[in-house]
Ligand binder design. Structure first.
Ligand SMILES: [Fe+2]
Ligand SMILES: [Fe+2]
Length: 448
């Protein structure tokens, strides 16, 4: 991998310094040809991509280029490209033509820093470009026409699960029912269009049912977030598919580890930690899956401050869609009842999440979408008073306006005041009132 990166940048610079007939150029092409041949034994497609400031190399498996790749990184940045995909069948002539034009664009287009170096029929096996794909969603009536019978079966199963999910969302009042339904339809359309994702999703379902359900929930939550953020439909679709496939790498984790009830050993956790990179590598093998999918798979456990795993480097900020997925991922994991843990309440979930370095803006938005404190909810305040949520505060979902019903001694109040939980006691540096807990139905019934 390192040799390939080095050979790429030296050929690029050779073309900008010497005439095409120079022996250095011939030697450079020779070297690239040999290295590529080696990689094409394993995979018919090689992607070299710049994600953030990381240069990643994907051919069968995913690798990060460090140190030696600075030159190539610079070339990518200078030319405004994020990735180069190489397909097997590539010829010397294509390599020569490509690098010749690649190295020349700098002189040809002075003062155009934002330009992109495009694909060209002269080098059909080399596709430079950007990660945000420009694929247009076609209108389709029934995508099932092009599916094989086993694929149709999976789509049906998927549909059933999706309906169940919508019901679950309705009963948990997680979000508006209509929105949820629309979102599930969105994913479904996406998955039918993306024929290639279907066998993958079915493999996951067979490997670990929980992972499958989890991936669907996460996708739904991400789409809700994306919709509120105003993503246009093609981007929404990409977000839906990318978040759906975020845990694809778990196929490679033995199910004994995935389903283990006790604490994982350090070795086992090490295996679990490989799933983002493994998933990214798997997803790049599918031509029809959007490029966003391997990015989200790779980054969904990298925190807002660059911590988490895989360990990259400090201050690395993941892609917006990875940040959305990270939040939905943790939310769903905490909310799901597992054999070794009882349910975590929504309030507790958000308490835990606010202690994790997640994108603060997105987390706030997410609390709003998930209806953290819906109107009509009975809450106990830290003052001991009991009230009912009267109005949601769109700026701060943790601090709605509350109508006070009982005082701290459980006496019914005659004058039912509406208080704003954002009221702050400056001198004592604290909020006047905060929500302490949500009253259960039983507690509500027992009130005088
Ligand atoms: Fe994960
Ligand atoms: Fe996950």
């Amino acid at each position: 991998v390192e040799n390939l990166a080095k050979s790429f940048s030296s050929l690029y610079y050779a073309f900008s310094l010497y005439p095409s007939t120079h022996p250095k150029i011939r030697a450079g092409i020779d070297r690239i040809e040999i290295i590529l041949k080696h990689f094409f034994h394993e995979s018919d497609r090689i992607t070299i991509g710049l994600i953030g400031t990381d240069l990643l190399f994907l051919a069968g498996e995913l690798q990060r280029l460090e140190g030696s790749a600075e030159g190539l990184k610079h070339i990518f940045q200078m030319n405004g490209i994020e990735k180069i995909v190489l397909y097997s069948g590539i010829t010397r002539e294509e390599i020569a033509d490509f690098f010749k034009s690649f190295a020349k664009t700098k002189e040809d287009m002075p003062g155009h820093p934002g330009r992109t170096f495009h694909r060209d029929s002269r080098w059909p096996h080399i596709v430079p470009g950007n990660f945000s794909s420009e694929t247009v969603v076609e209108n389709f009536e029934d995508g099932s026409g092009s599916l094989r019978p086993e694929e149709i079966r999976i789509v049906r199963e998927y549909l059933e699960d999706a309906r169940e999910l919508v019901d679950q969302i309705r009963t948990n009042r997680l979000m508006e029912y209509r929105l949820a339904k629309e979102i599930v339809d969105h994913i479904l359309n996406g998955i039918i269009l993306e024929n290639h994702a279907i066998p993958l999703v079915s493999q996951i379902k067979e490997h670990d049912e929980y992972t499958f359900t989890h991936m669907m929930n996460v996708s739904t939550l991400c789409l809700a977030t994306g919709r509120v953020l105003g993503f246009p439909p093609p981007q929404l679709r990409e977000l839906g598919i990318a978040s759906l496939l975020h845990d694809t790498g778990k196929i490679r984790i033995p199910s004994e580890i995935l389903q283990k009830k006790d604490r994982l050993t350090e070795d086992e956790f090490g295996i679990v930690k490989r799933h983002p990179a493994e998933g990214a590598a798997m997803l790049t093998q599918f031509r029809d899956i959007p490029d966003l999918a391997p990015i989200v798979a790779f980054e969904h456990h990298i925190r807002y401050d660059g911590s988490g795993y895989p360990v990259t480097y400090k201050d690395r900020r993941p892609h917006l869609c990875s940040r959305i997925t990270a939040i939905a991922d943790i939310f769903d994991a905490l909310r799901t009842i597992r054999s070794y843990r009882s349910e975590t309440s929504k309030v507790e979930t958000f308490q835990i999440m606010s202690g994790i370095p997640l994108d603060p803006f997105l987390l706030n938005l997410f609390a709003r979408i998930s209806n953290l404190h819906p109107v009509g909810e009975m809450v106990r305040l830290d003052t001991g008073e009991i009230g009912i949520v009267h109005e949601i505060n769109p700026r701060n979902p943790y601090r709605p306006r509350v109508k006070l019903l009982y005082d701290a001694e459980n006496n019914k109040l005659n004058d039912q005041r509406i208080v704003n939980l954002t009221n702050f006691h400056k001198r004592e540096n604290r909020y006047l009132r905060s929500i302490d807990s949500i009253l259960t139905e039983e507690e509500t019934r027992k009130l005088p």
